[in-house]
Design a protein around this ligand. Structure first.
Ligand code: C2E
Ligand code: MG
Ligand code: MG
Length: 722
């Protein structure tokens, strides 16, 4: 086993005694061994202890290393051989020592003879390295080569990465260049620093510039900088007027967080897009034919005036111009010439507008408006309008020929602005349209009149909704009874049309019937009334009552009206004289002969005839003898003042007398009070009564109940009911 000193082998110990013995030997030894470490091996050549352990307690090292293997790892081949050869001698020496109870024996290696006995000469001179040195050397060499390789690999990788980085950087720079992104750092005050050279080039600054401030090139109304807060991903649009006069639009995007008050940003040149958008905007605000600002622009202008009027009161006026014969010109001469004519008209109008400080707009087709923000006198505006009329007196030279072009002018004085009230652009246009339409009948010039406008506009509004009334189920017939005071019986009902409009409420027939007559819708209404009345008549046909309905003059004068009515009457298989047609007195005016023929046809077919509202118009008893009438209804206006007017009573008496003579039954309409009833029945001999005293017009559903429950007029009814 090796003897070590300071971890170096200086000899070998060899012992063949049992372990216990060797240990006690060492302990009991008189020799104080203070030299190099001692190792004890067992009979199997395994190292089992060393001197340091002996001093305290024995310790089994547990190594299973063979002594010679162990040694051969530490000695050169020659030394090994030497050791093996001389092992016998050593053994003897050791036994000797054991007997003498001294140390088991030390076999010093000749080359490390610190405690040797001079046997070093027995060892051959050392010629090479030991195995372990060689191993160490190899290991070191391998380690070194490995390190060198790793370093080379690392350098190589670094180089590759560097190449890639450069490539990427170059690529990204090219990409950035190509993408049109200009990098720079932005401060909240609008300073652009560390600007990309392309950015500088774009903005037209000298090459060496690398910073500037945006505010220097922004319009005064752009109050973007200083930015109160700025954060990553903010973006804004800038419009810059560059020193060379060029306008550049930029979209600036913040992409980094603040670095000492500067934010990494990039700008994109959006000038092209903005120009296109500007063109589109212009296009949207310009009339293509005339090149004038269009209705949209005009709306904006009115919006501006509306804003202004909130601050101060002023007087604005609008002159609306409508070219009269432009449609004819378009039809006869086509698009091109018509366009040229409008162009010429626009030119003439713009001259006048500019001369008097107005702004001209095209409202589309052949409509124009000149707005005067503030006028002094209404007469000034009227005079300008006359000048417009005059400018059209000169014929238009368009193409090869000349045209006479005239126009209509509607003036709207915007009184709202004097009261500091805004007015909706749509209202202004509507007023203008109305004024222009009125100008047709006012020598080509009309000043807007609000009262007239409201009454007509309401009517138009009602008319539009009335057209939908049938479809929307808003119409219904109500029935008002006619009472025979003599027989104390209900003898008939009059169908009265009701329009329950969701928008206008319950519109009285006195309002909507004239509107329907004007629009021609009365024929549809009339059909509705006839159909429903006949249906109702069918339901009450067993009750011996007559059902009357009203017919408008316009409806009655339709060529096929009488035939249509007779056909429907027959279709419903109604009894003769169960239906009454009420025509107004005014219907007879100027056409008694014609009416006579028509009424006769009706009567022959079994339809009764009633002359309604007698006393309101024609009021001639003379025609009664010529007309085939069954009833005469005295208008409510006669009944109203019956109590106080004996004259009225006398008139009614004579009407009743004549009617009776002609076999015509007189019905008093609008009887509301017991007094009226008494006077009529006692002084005029008129016994047929229709009025609120008997009952108000009621829906069909209530009619049957009413008839069952009605007890006659003697009972409770004595005062006004309405
Ligand atoms: P009219 O044919 O003379 O109808 C009588 C009108 O007097 C009805 O008014 C009725 O409600 C009202 N009346 C009846 N008794 C009294 C009363 O005691 N006091 C008051 N204050 N009024 C009473 P309504 O329903 O408003 O009709 C007015 C007019 O409209 C009718 O006068 C008629 O000319 C016309 N009309 C009604 N329905 C139709 C219709 O279906 N077709 C046509 N063409 N015209 C109709
Ligand atoms: Mg009537
Ligand atoms: Mg009447």
């Amino acid at each position: 086993m090796p003897v070590l000193e300071h971890s170096k082998i200086v000899g070998a110990l060899f012992a063949t005694v049992p372990l216990e013995k060797a240990a006690s030997l060492l302990r009991g030894s008189s020799v104080v061994y203070d030299g190099p470490s001692l190792f004890i091996i067992d009979s199997d050549n395994c190292v089992i202890a060393h001197s340091k352990v002996f001093r305290d307690e024995r310790m089994y090292l547990g190594s299973s290393c063979s002594f010679f293997d162990f040694m051969s790892g530490l000695l050169t081949a020659d030394e090994n051989e030497y050791l093996r050869k001389n092992i016998g001698e050593i053994q003897e020496t050791i036994f000797l020592h054991i007997k003498q109870n001294t140390i088991p024996g030390i076999f010093p290696l000749p080359r490390f003879s610190t405690q040797t006995d001079g046997n070093s000469s027995r060892f051959p001179p050392r010629t090479g390295c030991t195995h372990s040195e060689k191993n160490t050397f190899y290991k070191a060499a391998v380690l070194f080569i490995a390190i060198v390789l790793v370093v080379i690999l690392f350098m190589f990788i670094l180089y590759i990465l560097l190449l890639k980085y450069r490539k990427i950087k170059k690529l990204s720079q090219t990409t950035i260049d190509k993408s049109g992104l200009y990098l720079f750092m932005l401060s909240p005050n609008g300073d652009a620093v560390k600007c990309d050279k392309n950015f500088i080039q774009l903005l037209g600054f000298p090459e060496k510039t690398d910073s500037f401030n945006f505010t220097q090139f922004m319009d005064k109304n752009q109050t973007l900088f200083p930015l109160s807060s700025i954060k990553k991903e903010d973006s804004f649009r800038l419009s810059l007027r560059m020193p060379n006069g060029e306008r550049i639009y930029l979209l600036v995007q913040i992409i980094g967080d603040s670095e000492r008050g500067l934010y990494q940003s990039f700008a994109v040149d959006i000038t092209k897009d903005e120009r296109i958008q500007e063109q589109v905007r212009n296009f949207a605000y310009t009339d293509i034919t005339t090149g004038l600002p269009n209705k949209k622009s005009c709306t904006i202008k009115i919006g501006e005036l509306n804003k202004k009027c909130m601050k101060e009161s002023f007087r604005s006026s609008f002159i609306f111009i409508d070219i009269n014969n432009s449609r004819k010109i378009l039809e006869v001469f086509g698009d091109k010439l018509s366009g040229m004519m409008l162009h010429e008209a626009a030119f003439r109008l713009s001259n006048i507008a500019h001369a008097f400080g107005g702004t001209l707009f095209s409202l589309g087709n052949d409509n124009f408006v000149i707005i005067f923000d503030n006028y002094d006198e209404e007469d000034d505006v009227i005079n300008i309008s006359k000048k417009i009329n005059n400018t059209f007196l000169t014929p238009f030279s368009v193409g090869d020929g000349t045209f006479d072009v005239t126009c209509r002018i509607g003036i709207v004085f915007c009184l709202e602005y004097m009261k500091q009230t805004p007015v909706s652009p749509n209202d202004v246009f509507r007023y203008g349209e109305f004024a222009v339409s009125c100008a047709k009948t006012s020598n080509g010039l009309f000043v807007f009149d609000m009262e007239k406008y409201i009454s007509i506009a309401n009517e138009l509004d009602v008319e539009i909704d009335l057209l939908q009334s049938i479809k929307n189920n808003e119409l219904e017939l109500h029935y008002q009874p006619v009472y025979n005071f003599k027989t104390r019986a209900i003898t008939g009902f009059e169908a009265l049309l009701r329009w329950m409009s969701p928008k206008h409420g319950n519109v009285p027939p006195a309002v909507f019937i004239p509107i329907a007559e004007k629009s021609g819708f009365i024929n549809y209404l009339g059909d509705f009334v006839i159909d429903n009345t006949m249906n109702f008549a069918e339901k009450v046909k067993d009750r011996n009552i007559k059902v009357a309905f009203n017919v408008s003059t316009i409806q009655f004068m339709q060529a096929d009206f009488v035939n249509k009515l007779i056909t429907k009457f027959r279709e419903h298989r109604l009894a003769f004289n169960s239906i009454t047609v009420e025509i107004t007195e005014s219907c007879l005016y100027g056409r008694v002969t014609e009416m006579k023929e028509k009424l006769e046809l009706l009567r022959n077919a079994g339809i009764l005839v009633s002359i309604d509202d007698f006393g309101t118009g024609y009021s001639s008893l003379s025609y009664l003898k010529d007309l085939p009438a069954d009833y005469l209804k005295i208008d409510r206006s006669f009944i109203k003042h019956l109590e106080t007017s004996e004259k009225q009573q006398a008139i009614i008496s004579s009407i009743v007398a004549i009617a009776e003579a002609l076999d015509i039954i007189v019905i008093a309409e609008g009887v509301e009070t017991k007094e009226q009833l008494d006077i009529i029945t006692s002084n005029t001999n008129c016994y047929h009564i229709q009025g609120f005293l008997v009952a108000k017009p009621m829906p069909e559903t209530e009619v049957l109940d009413f008839m069952v429950n009605f007890d006659g007029l003697d009972d409770a009814r004595s005062t006004e009911t309405d």
